[in-house]
Design a protein around this ligand. Structure first.
Ligand code: GUN
Length: 757
């Protein structure tokens, strides 16, 4: 009988020698990531929860965690083993895996937490790392100095400095054992940054965020997220981040959305001892339950009442299992949300579970009022939670970079609809990024100055708008070419040429979100973001039938279509030739605007490339391919998300228009400073060239340089060191990530160029 049939899982296989310690990303959603950490006891898939095992008291056997729960890593305490002679001798003799009977990844802590609880520990800095090494742990922890939230700034600073001073000798002592380099700093932003910068310089494998247990115990979740946001942007992105002592499932979605990879939990056992159950929305007392908050496999055939009747040891065992099962389920839910691109939405939902969590969430999303970044001007939110949150925190402005760090990693457009979640919707980072991209890159053509340079705002209905408005657009293009047509969506105004763009066109929610009365000052501010602030505004409600007639009447009333008399308004004359010229103009605009916004092509260049373009149209009348005047298929609008896919001929064309020098290195300056520079370039080394030319993906370790504006999910051009085009593809990461990752796919190549051109 196989191990699997017996209910056993086979033991972990060691990873390849050269991979040990490496971390790779397999999926991402903004700063949230799914990864694989390579160790001597197999691959640890992240995000992961490492249950805490006390070698003296085992509520659930480690072997059962491996076999039954599929847990690939756990954490135990080397200091406890070191202190108890019987454990110590056995660990030295047989190794830690045999001591606790566990075949997976074992991480050990160093005794720092005991020093926080009991005041001091008698073990030395090198001694404890040496010991962890000698008992064969997979991931050891150096002896850091714990920082409590009640410590003064100078006390915390000396703890940070002392921890940093111990780093070099700890790394040296660990030899080839992977080592945790904890970040301290209490609740002081600058000291967290200092700690992150100092620890990042050493060759640690993982960075735990330390000193957060008392913060979580006191429900200081706003401080918890501030600690994350002040630390993570300064850590090398190729090292997993571990939230030390965080094991409550309620915190998982938000922590993962902000970039956490590892958690450890004594909570499953501690809460069980206390007769309490963990749930994704908080904690419940067994004493008060008639039904289980969630049915879990371990309690499927029993009731809270029956469990209350068990002796206390049995009761703790069953509650510990319950807590572990709930925790693992929430973690699995988070992982799926990362794959689906909905982790922020999950964090947003969970934020309502606890007032302190909600406060933390509102604090993160109270984005600094940087022009063009927030959808709703904060001034307008005077009565809302966010305005209140901002008022109470006058340091918010100094966190602008952290918010940008989250926003800049978002993929846009992405697949899938936006489900309306009230005001929170505006502050979802991928929506903020979509708006930033649109308003910073889109440009209106030079005004015609023929009296038709107004803006027509279509409002009152959800999309797709093309079905109802395409004839209207054709006629307007013919009769009033300088007029911009914008659509009012619940996420802000969008140009008509972007009418199918995700997320704007994919919002599902109550019908009133589309029926909001247009507010002129708001529209004016929106238009200013598009540099259309000085245009005359004409409003047209799309509700009901006869849209075209109504629009035309509105335009006639506004005096835009002077040539048309009222009777003819709904049916502006347009001969066949005029119609086909106008239809082509609308199509050209559609593709050129998308190239400008989504491929970062300078708007006049995009228009020039499409000057005499022709289009292949599908059965629904939508553009399938854009063909340049020289007969080359250069791009294809995507029907799923309203994006645009570059073709190889399109890549060659855009490559030939590059004005900038070849990038050297990895600049981390914010992406939005490089408007109109085209798709980012990625320079790969000579070994990768033949593979890219064959259309193979680019792996980390082969990228030598990248443009600063490269971000996940965006089209990029792959070049060699001479700047010759090798292929094009979609990036998996930001510039600073290319610089440090050694494993995993860096760019998904769409196509390679067989020969040098
Ligand atoms: N466990 C919980 N918090 C900490 C911490 O700050 N440092 C270490 N080493 N272990 C911890």
């Amino acid at each position: 009988m196989s191990a699997w049939q017996e209910g056993r899982r086979s033991d972990a296989e060691p990873c390849r020698e050269q991979d040990i310690g490496l971390f790779e990303i397999t999926n991402r959603d903004g700063r949230a990531r799914l990864g694989r950490l390579h160790t001597k006891h197999g691959i640890l898939e992240t995000p992961a929860l490492l249950p805490v095992i006390n070698p003296n008291i085992r509520t659930i056997e480690p072997r059962e965690m491996w076999d039954r729960y599929g847990i690939s890593a756990l954490i135990t305490n080397s200091y406890i083993i070191w202190k108890h002679d019987n454990l110590k001798q056995q660990a030295i003799r047989d190794g830690v895996h045999s001591l606790i009977d566990y075949p997976g990844v074992i991480m050990t802590d160093s005794g720092t937490f005991q020093s926080y609880i009991y005041g001091d520990v008698e073990v030395g800095v090198e001694e404890i790392v040496e010991f962890q090494n000698s008992i064969g742990v997979d991931i050891a922890t150096m002896l850091d100095v714990f920082t409590r939230p009640d410590m003064s700034e100078s006390e915390v600073k000396s703890a940070v400095m002392e921890t940093a001073e111990r780093a070099a000798i700890s790394i040296q002592t660990a030899k080839d054992t992977m080592l945790n380099g904890p970040i301290q700093g209490g609740v002081f932003k600058d000291l967290r940054i200092l700690s992150a910068k100092k620890m990042a310089k050493h060759d640690f494998s993982i960075h735990p965020i330390g000193g957060i247990v008392p913060i979580m115990e006191k429900h200081m979740y706003k401080d918890y997220v501030k600690i994350m946001l002040s630390t993570l942007p300064y850590l090398p992105p190729n090292r997993p981040v571990h939230m030390f002592g965080c094991g409550h499932p309620m915190l998982f979605p938000m922590s993962i959305a902000l970039g956490a990879d590892l958690f450890d939990s004594a909570a499953y056992a501690l809460f069980a001892k206390d007769g309490r159950l963990l749930t994704p929305w908080g904690t419940e007392k067994l004493a008060e339950l008639v039904d289980w908050p969630i049915t879990m496999p371990c309690v499927a055939y029993t009731s809270p009442n029956e469990v209350r009747g068990l002796d206390s040891e049995e009761q703790v065992k069953i509650l510990a299992r319950y807590n572990l099962e709930v925790t693992l389920t929430e973690l699995a839910r988070c992982k799926q949300a990362v794959r689906d691109g909905t982790i922020w939405r999950l964090a947003e939902r969970r934020s309502h579970q606890h007032p302190a969590l909600r406060e933390a969430f509102l604090w993160i999303t109270t984005s600094p009022n940087k022009a063009g970044l927030s959808v709703v001007d904060l001034e307008e939110l005077a009565m809302t939670d966010r305005a209140a949150a901002r008022e109470r925190d006058n340091t918010r402005g100094s966190w602008e970079n952290s918010w940008d760090w989250i926003v800049s990693a978002q993929e846009s457009p992405k697949k899938g609809g936006v489900s309306w979640g009230g005001d929170d919707t505006y502050f979802r980072p991928h929506i903020v990024e979509a708006r930033r991209q649109l308003t910073s890159r889109w440009k209106t053509p030079e005004p015609k100055g023929n009296g038709s340079d107004d803006v027509l705002i279509l409002h009152g209905r959800p999309g797709p708008w093309r079905e109802r408005c395409s004839d209207l657009m054709t006629r307007l293009t013919h009769h009033a070419e300088g007029m911009e047509v914008m659509i009012m969506t619940p996420l802000g105004l969008i140009p008509y040429s972007m009418e199918d763009l995700n997320p704007f066109s994919h919002v599902s929610g109550p019908s009133w979100i589309w029926r909001r009365k247009p507010d002129l000052p708001w529209i004016r501010r929106e238009l200013e973001r598009f540099e259309l602030g000085d245009r005359r505004i004409i409003l047209c409600d799309l509700e009901g039938d006869g849209i075209q007639a109504r629009c035309m009447n509105t335009l006639v009333e506004a005096g835009v279509l002077k040539a048309i008399n009222d009777e003819n308004a709904s049916d502006i004359p347009l001969d066949t030739e005029g119609r086909s010229i106008a239809i082509d103009k609308v199509r050209r605009r559609h593709v050129s605007d998308k190239m400008t916004v989504l491929l970062n092509v300078e708007h006049s260049l995009a228009r020039e490339l499409l000057q005499d373009a022709t289009f292949v149209i599908n059965r629904q009348g939508r553009i399938k391919n854009a063909i340049s005047s020289s007969g080359k298929h250069i791009a294809s609008p995507r029907l799923t998300d309203g994006g645009i896919s570059l073709t190889t001929d399109g890549a060659i064309e855009l490559h030939s228009h590059r004005r900038r020098k070849i990038p050297t290195g990895f600049d981390t300056t914010q992406a939005w400073n490089f408007i109109g520079e085209g798709p980012a370039w990625v320079v790969v080394d000579d070994d990768a060239e033949p593979f890219v030319r064959k259309g193979r993906n680019v792996f980390h370790g082969f990228v030598l340089a990248a443009d600063p504006w490269i971000t996940p999910g965006r089209t990029c051009l792959i070049v060699n060191q001479k700047g010759e085009l090798l292929g094009h593809g979609l990036s998996n990461c930001c510039s600073e990530e290319f610089a440090v990752f050694k494993k995993g796919i860096a760019i998904k190549t769409r196509d390679g160029l067989r020969e040098a051109n």
